[in-house]
Design a protein around this ligand. Sequence first.
Ligand code: NAD
Ligand code: UD1
Length: 338
Amino acid sequence: MKKILVAGGMGYIGSHTVVNLIENGYDPIIVDNLSNSNIEVLNRINMITGKKPAFYKVDLCDYDKLENVFKENDFVAAIHFAGLKAVGESVEKPLMYYQNNLISTLNLIELMEKYKVNNLVFSSSATVYGDPISVPIYETFDLHVTNPYGRTKLMIEDILRDYCKVHKEFNVALLRYFNPIGAHPSGLIGEDPNGIPNNLMPYITQVAIGKRECLGVFGNDYNTKDGTGVRDYIHVCDLAYGHVLALDKLFTNSGLVTYNLGTGNGYSVLEVLHAMEKACGFKIPYQIKPRREGDIATCYANCDKAFKEIGFKAKYNIDDMCRDSWNWQKKNPNGYKK
Ligand code: NAD
Ligand code: UD1
């Protein structure tokens, strides 16, 4: 079976991708330092797939320990999810973000070169488009970033573009995710944020379960359908499958490819809230708050390129996403913590 190194595979998107890889006949080997995830994920993956993937508790910034993983395994590809991802925290602690996200990636690429592993899928983000000139957003749009988290994504994209110019044998898929939400339909794996959630969906589900009092809606005076921010929410299982499709593309010796992964539809904060009320069957309290600094009005993808080149098309809609987020939250009120 083809071994895939899954860096950050214990996290939210990584764990769903590991399930998809197993279901598609791959042998995922997870490398994660558990800085934002829980060992229980392995049991849950086993419950879903009947297979417990190999796991190394290793920090990608530790070159020697990461090298041991390469020595012990013959990989055909790597998928790189490992990184810190909280925008606000990255503004407070920029060095921590540059150190973790950049050094981990440089170590990974260096070892891939040394061990001749020539295929890499990288988790980029719609954040690299900054405030786009128009929507939908195409892969060809200019790239702008406004915070250290976003800058690490753009810097890594640049590093990989430079590297691929001279390493024609190396194939990279830069996957620019829009807003992943939802959870595996089993309710066994899902998003498990530490502390107060920064992102909309985990905040809503925590209000719905009674852990938080009320959702703050950040601004209702944007130039959007109802004044609240519009985003392209994508079910995490659709996103996970996108990685399997991207791998198939890399194996054709594609060179560097870049794809938006979203649904192409924009939903406002209030539309998501109401879809969630439908999923749980009761009203969820909210209050309009001032705009959040750094937020943009509208962001959604054009995903034609991913459809044409790798056959990617999201199949879950916003109601499915809310149903599965709620199912996960209900079954795991404290996430993976016992
Ligand atoms: P996550 O925090 O749930 O998963 C990341 C995993 O990487 C965690 O398990 C963490 O423990 C691990 N990790 C972090 N630094 C590491 C290191 N130095 N060595 C080893 N392991 C390390 O995040 P996620 O939501 O699953 O996101 C995965 C990737 O996708 C991230 O790179 C993130 O920036 C990117 N992304 C996420 C979103 C989103 O909304 N979730 C959107 C766009 C892009
Ligand atoms: C945020 C990050 C982005 C990152 C993405 C995925 C910021 C400024 N941007 O994007 O870089 O790639 O997460 O991790 O943090 N909202 C509320 N109340 C809340 C939370 C959110 O009204 O409590 C609104 C926001 O204003 C926005 C929408 O909900 O309009 C979605 O917010 P969020 O889930 O944080 O995602 P993004 O802001 O798109």
